[in-house]
Design a protein around this ligand. Structure first.
Ligand code: 4NP
Length: 160
């Protein structure tokens, strides 16, 4: 069992999208791997709110379920989760600052490090002030990265 937490800034666009798409992938693949999946934000601007309506539209188009209310990352998340995936470099730094010790810092992973098409970028661009096209770009990045991450987990390869 792997416990994974996806973290972005507001926890209404990128990280809830990643969590929903990953859960759906596991279902589609009939995977034997067991994951506990959650998401959080480094800020609490939108705490208690559902995902952005543009995320809901994209998921609805693809028949992917989501059941999400935004929340901020908490200290206890560092203890509970095995992997904390930062969706961009600012999130990565913010999570690092919060992490109380080395063991916890070691759980923080740059999500896009596992995007086979990233061309060196470690950032899933923030789509919040963009349009549906920006959300589609984000969807594709997240989907490609999760596909590769799933393969790594299923092959027992290191993720760090
Ligand atoms: P997210 O997107 O970090 O992918 O959820 C954002 C959501 C809200 C804001 C910024 C980014 N905001 O400034 O309110």
């Amino acid at each position: 069992m792997y416990k994974v937490l996806f973290v972005c800034l507001g926890n209404i666009c990128r990280s809830p999208l990643a969590a929903a798409v990953f859960a759906n992938k596991l279902k589609e693949k009939n995977s034997d791997l067991v994951f506990e999946i959650d998401s959080a934000g480094t800020h609490n601007y939108h705490a208690g709110k559902p995902a952005d309506e543009r995320v809901l539209l994209m998921l609805n188009d693809r028949n992917i379920e989501i059941n999400h209310l935004a929340r901020r990352i908490e200290l206890k998340d560092f203890d509970y989760f095995d992997y904390i995936f930062a969706m961009d470099e600012n999130n990565y730094e913010a999570i690092h600052k919060l992490a109380p010790n080395k063991n916890y810092k070691a759980k923080i992973v740059q999500f896009r490090k596992y995007d086979p098409y990233s061309q060196g970028s470690l950032t899933v661009p923030d789509p919040y002030y963009g349009d549906m096209k920006d959300f589609q770009v984000v969807y594709n990045i997240i989907d490609d990265t999760l596909e590769n991450l799933y393969d790594r987990f299923s092959q027992g390869l290191e993720v760090n």
